[in-house]
Design a binder for this molecule. Structure first.
Ligand code: 26Q
Length: 807
């Protein structure tokens, strides 16, 4: 890897201070310094990318394009300095000039261009691809506002706009040398000319897609890739007549409606509303990206014929699935391929990852909406459906319900997952269990006809960000014990196992955890004024708020302990701090109620110092990548307690594991593979297995049964009526027991309560035995290597994309 010299860095920094802020080193303030340093690094990366592209062109390697509506990249400065091995150099220069690098980091906004797991996964994969020298490009939207900022006001979640561009924009390189036109609405005319179908598209509205590039660095390599973010810009709708007549507002309104497309990220991650604007966003991403892909390919090869040999396109969930009809459209309408050829090329190029099996999250769009907004795409979807139905009928004859279930168009809706499976050569789930469920259940019909299309790639995390950067103390210990090999080859973490009986190392491990807990304690104090006890055990559940993730189960245990301490303040109990961090989708009432419940419990405990000593509850506002980077290294008990069969994978679980947390979890998602990797004695599994959940659903879940059988549980649920800090939560009791605007708790918290309590009790006992606890913590770190995104991405590269690193 090319190492930049100190002189080089110093000179560039000085130039940037002067060019962008008209100041010298002496005059610059911290914010200007952040801006100048960021631009310096950005430009170095740009040069690096140029070199890498040149190399790639020479060898004409196959490349992958990763399309996703979300990329939760986190802050860039620290990550890039780390990857380019410039952290020490930069810190030294700044120190000499009277600045502290660590402080500058806080000037960078955390771009919230994603909701949660799926968006962060995309970012982890870009890191892993680049670090392993693959030629890859990400495509997303440059939302002007990312995921809302969360504020809790009297327990209720309030959403504030996330303004990230002023400070975050310094990382983006605006490309004004090209753009693409994306067309909406209008009408389509078909006519036959020389035995070919000619398409005339009239009266459409145009939006211009303009590219903003975020450079992606890799660890310890000269490779650099791009994440291209599209912004919607109005091109032709500007109403000159109104403008000249002095109606400036009217003239502007048309253009703002076009530009609305890249205005804001949709904040719901499971429940899907069929909003026109969201559909437009999806097509906007797809159309701009595909035009870009075709253009690049034409420049490189002068033909589209070999596209599928040189290009792999990956769609992250169904959100970009319109790329299938869009690619058909381009191949037929613009490059004159036949339907058959176009279909063959499309399926050979595209691969699809599914991230959920929850019915409400499987995307369906009304045909009417599709026809109105994307008439040409709609016609192609109809044809896809027609031809597929013919094939299905040949196969299933009279079994019409099967045809209907698998069709692309059915009941007036476009079924996006079905289109994704039909139009791609590979469909994968994100953990072993999830991929099994896809084959046997959700997509079982498809698996029967195309067993070869289905695969599993278990998720992974950018371990350099989540371990090396987020936890420098642990990293230093690892370096000392096992060398640095694990940074590029996470499997080498296994070597750490050698130290499982080394009490000096185990003690160091404990010290490091305490240090990280104190770091978090300081952050919490800075944010809330409250000082939590760093010597209590930190129990953490940090993830989106969703019923299926069962934050309520965690809360039921807290209430149980609370009542026991209330009755018997001197009861011997391990002091515990429960930390929650979670955003709820803005329209998700019950999720907001659960936040409110957590908040009020925490308020209540604040008024009971005798309880607080042993049982503290903290809700951390505004969970985001940056907060996660301080929170996760401090976790001792990682709560992964979703109802079995519901969490596709989970990735927070992996981040906590690699930082030495012990997991309490159900046999769900990647927890199962964590169990396999670390061994039964180092993880705390409880609750119903997926099959048992299925059985219970079949037999009918009766919450009362558990409620009346378990006195502790009954007391906890009953106390919801009384409530906390003067606030009753009777409706949550109702939700759990009899149903509250629906069936009682579809995620069956009460059924797993007893087992959950028991396993936690075991953990509490174990925690007192420091040596044993630390040993298990060490074993978790040592076994976490499998969950590196490097491994996931290599699997995608060989099993799905057919790409190789550029050496
Ligand atoms: C779809 C249509 C309209 C509006 C919004 C959406 C939408 C947006 C985001 C639907 C789903 C999402 C996000 C899903 C998600 O984050 N899923 C998680 O993906 C992780 C990575 O694979 C898994 O680890 C988690 O288990 C899964 O819940």
């Amino acid at each position: 890897m090319k190492q930049h010299t100190r002189e080089e860095l110093l000179k560039a920094l000085e130039d940037n201070l002067s060019r962008y802020y008209l100041v010298s080193f002496q005059e610059a303030n911290e914010e200007q310094m952040y801006g100048a340093l960021s631009r310096t690094i950005r430009d170095l990366l740009l040069i690096q990318k140029k070199e890498f592209r040149k190399k790639a062109r020479q060898v004409q390697t196959k490349r992958v394009y990763y399309l996703c509506m979300e990329f939760l990249v986190g802050r860039s400065l620290k990550n890039n300095l780390y990857n380019m091995n410039l952290q020490d150099e930069a810190a030294a220069i700044l120190k000499e000039k009277g600045f502290e690098l660590e402080k500058l980091y806080d000037y960078e906004p955390d771009p919230g261009l994603g909701n949660g797991g799926l968006g962060r996964l995309a970012a982890c994969y870009m890191d892993a691809l680049t670090s392993q020298d693959y030629l890859a490009e990400g495509f997303c939207i440059r939302y002007e506002y990312g995921l809302f900022k969360q504020k809790i006001v009297d327990g209720w979640q309030r959403e504030m706009p996330d303004v990230w561009l002023p400070g975050g924009g310094v990382w983006l390189l605006f490309r004004n040398d090209f753009s693409f036109e994306v067309k909406f609405g209008g009408t389509v005319e078909e006519s036959w000319q020389d035995e070919r179908l000619k398409i005339k598209y009239n009266n459409y509205d145009s939006v211009e897609a303009v590219p903003y590039d975020l450079m992606i660095s890799g660890a310890d390599t000269d490779t650099a890739n791009t994440l291209r973010l599209w912004r919607a810009r109005d091109i032709e709708n500007f109403d000159m007549v109104s403008f000249e007549n002095g109606d400036y507002t009217k003239a502007m309104s048309e253009s703002t409606s076009a530009e609305l497309i890249s205005k804001v990220l949709y904040p719901a991650d499971k429940h899907i509303e069929g909003k026109t604007l969201r559909l437009k966003q999806q097509y906007f991403l797809v159309s701009a990206s595909l035009q870009n892909i075709f253009r690049t390919h034409m420049i490189n090869f002068g033909t589209i014929d070999n596209l599928s040999e040189k290009v792999a396109i990956h769609i992250n969930d169904t959100h970009p699935v319109l790329i299938i009809p869009e690619m058909m459209r381009m191949l037929m309408d613009e490059y004159s391929y036949t339907w058959e050829k176009a279909f063959d090329m499309t399926t050979k190029t595209i691969a699809y990852t599914n991230h959920t099996i929850m019915v409400e999250a499987l995307e369906k769009w009304s045909e009417e909406l599709m026809r109105k907004n994307l008439p040409r795409i709609y016609v192609i979807i109809k044809e896809l459906d027609k031809r597929f139905r013919v094939k299905l009928k040949e196969r299933f004859h009279d079994r019409a319900h099967l045809v209907e279930r698998m069709a692309i168009l059915s009941g007036g809706m476009v079924n996006m997952p079905n289109m994704g499976i039909l139009g791609s050569h590979s469909v994968n789930g994100v953990s072993a269990l999830h991929s099994e469920i896809l084959k046997t259940d959700v997509f079982g019909d498809f698996y029967e006809i195309w067993p070869g299309k289905f695969r599993n790639v278990t998720n992974g995390i950018a371990h350099r960000r989540w371990l090396c950067q987020a936890n420098p103390a642990l990293t230093a210990l690892l370096d000392q014990c096992i060398g640095k090999e694990y940074k590029k080859n996470a499997q080498a973490l296994k070597d750490f196992e050698r130290y499982k009986n080394d009490s000096a190392v185990l003690q160091k491990l404990e010290g490091i955890k305490t240090g990280n807990k104190k770091r978090l304690v300081d952050l919490v104090q800075k944010r809330t004024g409250e000082r939590i006890d760093p010597y209590s055990v930190f129990v953490v559940q940090a993830k989106r708020l969703h019923e299926y993730k069962r934050q309520l189960l965690n809360v039921l245990r807290i209430i149980t302990l609370y009542l026991e301490l209330k009755e018997e303040p001197h009861k011997a109990m391990l002091p515990q701090t429960f930390l929650f961090a979670a955003k709820a989708a803005p329209g998700y009432e019950i999720a907001k109620e659960i936040i409110k419940l957590i908040y009020y419990i925490s308020q209540d405990i604040n008024h009971h110092p005798e309880i607080k000593e042993k049982l503290n509850v903290v809700f951390l506002e505004n969970y985001c990548v940056t907060l996660a980077e301080t929170l996760i290294p401090a976790v001792e008990i990682s709560e992964q307690i979703s109802l079995a069969g519901k969490e596709a994978s989970g990735t927070g679980n992996m981040k906590m594991m690699i930082n030495g947390a012990l997991t309490i979890g159900t046999m769900d998602g990647a927890n199962i593979e964590m169990y396999d990797a670390v061994g039964a004695e180092n993880i705390f599994i409880f609750g119903m297995k997926e099959q048992e959940v299925y059985q219970l659903k079949q037999n009918g879940y009766n919450p009362q049964e558990y409620y009346f059988k378990n006195e502790r549980l009954k007391r906890a649920v009953d106390f919801l009526q009384v409530g906390f800090a003067g606030q009753s939560f009777a409706h949550i009791a109702q939700y759990l027991l009899t149903g509250y605007g629906g069936a009682p708790d579809p995620y069956m918290c009460l059924a797993d309560y007893e087992d959950y309590m028991a396993v936690h009790d075991q953990m509490s006992v174990l925690y007192e035995n420091r040596e044993q606890w630390n040993q298990k913590s060490l074993m978790n770190i040592a076994a976490a290597g499998y969950f590196s995104a490097d491994r996931s991405v290599r699997q995608y590269a060989t099993d799905i994309w057919g790409i190789e690193p550029i050496k």
